[in-house]
Design a protein around this ligand. Sequence first.
Ligand code: A2P
Length: 222
Amino acid sequence: APLEEVTLPLFFGWFLLSSVQEKVPCTSMDFLKTLDTLEAFKKHLVDFTGKAEKEVDLEQYFKPQGALHCTTKFCNYGKAEGAKEYAENPAVKESYGSAFELSLTALFVTPRTVGARVSLTDEQLKLWPADAEKEAASVVPAAASLPLGSRAHITLGCAEGVEPVQTGLDLLEILALQQEGQEGEPAEEMELGSLKYYGEGRWLLSLREPVCAPACFSSFYG
Ligand code: A2P
């Protein structure tokens, strides 16, 4: 392909600095280690295993997906809709290579993915594509009416055969339920925060103390 066609990256996003590349997975591992021992979780084990009696080791169940990051725009080397416009956005150009502090406010687990919710500041929202939530509407219909930035997350792991794009969709599903007025079934007060169950294997832990993660806004070519 001519060079112009390959100058757009696979995706833009915030890449966690090495100082927290270890810390965040540790927090996530601690959570998973506790989650699969809870009676509340065992009660709904069938969501994960298809069989009530079977055990699950969540630490093995989810596979890590490489360097931790929060995707802003998936460009697919220019093939994704709006990729060029995003790359040419002055805010994107100005912030490229700059440091940011991401605030991780929740951890969530489904039978497909485990991720961290990222709560974006107004400044960070300037780098968020206007259609990121709407794009998911074919899979999560209510996503289009969720606030901008709702999809922002860090994929921490995926079940066998699941693509990382699923993590943001899983988060949107939970947020859509919350928007409909479903508060989730309180399951456990954990050291990290309060855990709620949203049915169909969906768990959300709201962190008592948000995790602050320094990150560099950049892109990935692969
Ligand atoms: P995520 O941001 O949830 O981790 P892949 O390796 O599958 O090509 O994906 C590369 C990155 O781009 C991953 O971080 C992935 O998910 C994200 N991603 C993949 N496809 C999409 C999509 N259609 N929309 C938004 N993000 C995507």
